[in-house]
Design a protein around this ligand. Structure first.
Ligand code: HEC
Ligand code: HEC
Ligand code: HEC
Length: 270
């Protein structure tokens, strides 16, 4: 048996040349929090993937009766799933799932492989158009309701507004550097550092421990920001650009993990 081939077939995305990010249909939301805590859609997905494995594990061991049970399970789940999201009905080819059952009944190994492969194309067609956006929309938290208390002016602002403030501070510091406005630069740097450190209050909305967030806001983060402050205090302005870049690397680290899913979520939430 060509086990390797079969393993590739059950990967949800493999060798596609196009990935699309499109807002998933509203009717899918029934199967995800907050409307449902049971994740019915993804449950069916795993059931189908498991069934395909079940078919081949049993064929390998010569247990065609069990292979048939798995094939029927696959076909039934596929059919049930096809009715869950009306907008996605066109992705399902019920005949191809029934064909897998028929080939198993005929105990035709090559035929089964071919039939599963054909069915797998229908899985993949939908995955290439919908899997990424569904993952981003339903498996990542939203930042929209997170409020941040600004330690500089004591206002309470939304998360993305706070980001804009941080970015503005950062750019303003660079302007003052170019203009050699060192007094203003000192004040702005202090505000920037205070704001950046203040961002730590948001981490606990989603993370449970300091340990978990330490890679981005732990000791090295504190050290980088304190170093920036010290340079400004000691008027070592030539070294400030480098220290600024190092501080900003903590923006990028955090963005690499959090910002991409947030951008997609936000785009779809309007
Ligand atoms: C109409 C669209 C559609 C079809 C058809 C479809 N899927 Fe999916 N599948 C999805 C979406 C959307 C997700 C992402 C769900 C999520 O992460 O909550 C997914 C996720 C999965 C996953 C989980 C991937 C992961 O990394 O979490 C597996 C496994 C899977 N599908 C298997 C299959 C198999 C096998 C078939 C065909 C027999 C199939 N799917 C057919 C839309 C589809
Ligand atoms: C709205 C929710 C949310 C907020 C707020 C948030 N994070 Fe995260 N963070 C996540 C999610 C989701 C992941 C992906 C891993 C996971 O699911 O736990 C993650 C992953 C991480 C990781 C990678 C390590 C890991 O646990 O997987 C680090 C480090 C991290 N976050 C640091 C931070 C820091 C520092 C802050 C505050 C400045 C922060 N996070 C604020 C949701 C959040
Ligand atoms: C929690 C980790 C985290 C850290 C640290 C962080 N950001 Fe962000 N940033 C995010 C997330 C998440 C978004 C997307 C927010 C959204 O779309 O609502 C974002 C978005 C932004 C945006 C786009 C603004 C918008 O309207 O969405 C800018 C600009 C920005 N960040 C600047 C910065 C700067 C500058 C720093 C460092 C001084 C920084 N960020 C540090 C997580 C972080």
């Amino acid at each position: 048996m060509r086990k390797f081939l079969v393993l590739l077939l059950v990967l949800p995305l493999f060798g596609v040349d196009k990935l699309i990010l499109k807002k998933p249909p509203e009717s899918l939301s029934k199967y995800y929090p907050p409307k449902s805590k049971r994740f019915e859609w993804i449950g069916n997905m795993f059931e189908m993937a498991t069934s395909i494995t079940g078919i081949f594990v049993n064929i390998n061991e010569g247990r065609w009766d069990r292979a048939k049970e798995w094939a029927e399970r696959l076909s039934k789940t596929y059919e049930r799933t096809s009715k869950m999201v009306p907008e996605w009905k066109k992705f399902f080819k019920l005949e191809l799932a029934r064909n897998v059952v028929r080939e198993v009944e005929r105990k035709n190994v090559k035929g089964v492989v071919r039939a599963v492969k054909k069915l797998g194309k229908t899985c993949q067609r939908c995955h290439s158009q919908n899997l990424l956006s569904v993952k981003l929309l339903y498996h990542f938290p939203s930042y929209e309701n997170i409020k941040v208390e600004d330690p500089v002016d004591f206002s309470e602002v939304k998360f993305h507004k706070y980001m804009e403030k941080l970015a503005k501070d950062f750019k303003t510091i660079r302007v003052f550097l170019v203009e050699r406005e060192y007094k203003k630069l000192s004040k702005k740097t202090q505000e920037f550092v205070e704001r950046f450190k203040g961002l730590k209050q948001t981490c606990q909305k989603c993370h449970n421990s300091d340990e978990e967030v330490a890679p981005f806001v732990g000791k090295s983060f504190e050290k980088a920001l304190n170093n920036l402050l010290t340079l400004v205090k000691n008027k070592e302005f030539k070294k400030v650009p480098m220290a600024l870049m190092i501080s900003a690397s903590y923006c990028s680290k955090c963005h690499n993990v959090h910002q991409i899913p947030a951008i997609v979520r936000e785009a779809f939430s309007r």
